[in-house]
Design a protein around this ligand. Structure first.
Ligand code: SAM
Length: 257
């Protein structure tokens, strides 16, 4: 029976064979890799992936699609909202220390998915995701550009990231209204040690009014934390501060508290 795409589940199905081949090539699946696919949908990526892997764990929220997926014996189907999935339990079930996570993500919840996975970053070997191109621009954005923000700092702190493929709307059915791209995310081996919650808080405060000087936004926050900016120059805007500087400041504030 034909599946009617459900907008509320962000269902834009990949139909372009050449693009599917390029994505699979970028992922580079090897037999036995402990891989998890988020949102397999109608199996555009699932099929070529599982042919190479042998087995694949898939997470699908749509009940009808999950039913179809369960008919395939090589798939381990988790019928759930990915935001509720405990990836530590998945790794344990697959008897692995490191997962490979892939997916053409539902764009309406792509940022929450990225932050959910950040909680499990120590259990991740790599991630390959199709996302809105604009979101990837923000993820990989450099200081002093419009794309640089909270997403850039928090993700660049823990991952090396690279856009690997541009994907136009015509590659999907139905076509999304935006351009897409595939990003490769590899956790950094030795990220600067800092309290993640504190870094999140700092970046949230700093970018809450990105046009203002940090003296105005961060000043009060630092006072609340009973911390001093030290060498940190607060006569700048949030977007002018590098990831390393944010991390160093959060570490300093953590040490003061
Ligand atoms: N992988 C397929 C493809 O490339 O053609 C489908 C991609 S489609 C953009 C997103 C998929 O994620 C859909 O199958 C949708 O049902 C599923 N999905 C949406 N929200 C989800 C959620 N919260 N948890 C898990 N899967 C979800």
């Amino acid at each position: 029976m034909k599946h009617i795409p459900r907008k509320r589940f962000g269902q834009n199905f990949l139909t372009d064979g050449a693009i599917i081949d390029s994505i699979v090539q970028a992922i580079g699946p090897q037999a036995g890799d402990p891989m998890v696919e988020i949102g397999p949908g109608l199996m555009a990526l699932t099929q070529p992936l599982v042919e190479r892997l042998g087995r694949l764990t898939v997470i699908e929220l749509d009940r009808d699609l999950a039913f179809r997926l369960r008919l395939r014996s090589e798939l381990d189907v988790i019928e759930s909202d990915v935001l509720k999935v405990d990836f530590a339990a998945v790794a344990q079930k697959l008897q692995t220390q490191k997962l490979r996570v892939v997916g053409n993500l539902p764009y309406n919840i792509s940022t929450p998915i990225l932050f959910h996975l950040l909680e499990y970053v120590d259990l991740i070997q790599d991630q390959h995701f199709m996302l809105q191109k604009e979101v990837i621009d923000r993820m990989v954005g450099s200081p002093s550009t419009a794309a640089y923000g909270r997403l850039s700092v928090l993700l660049q702190w823990r991952y090396a990231m690279q856009e690997v493929l541009f994907v136009p709307p015509e590659s999907f059915d139905p076509p999304p209204k935006v351009n897409s791209a595939v990003v490769r995310m590899v956790p950094r081996a030795e990220p600067a040690p800092v309290d993640k919650r504190l870094l999140e808080e700092l970046v949230q405060v700093a970018f809450s009014q990105r046009r203002k000087l940090l003296r105005h936004t961060l000043g009060r926050w630092l006072e609340e934390k009973k911390a001093y900016a030290g060498n940190f120059d607060v006569k700048r805007r949030a977007e002018e501060v590098s990831v390393d500087e944010y991390v160093a400041l959060a570490a300093e504030v953590g040490a003061a508290g």
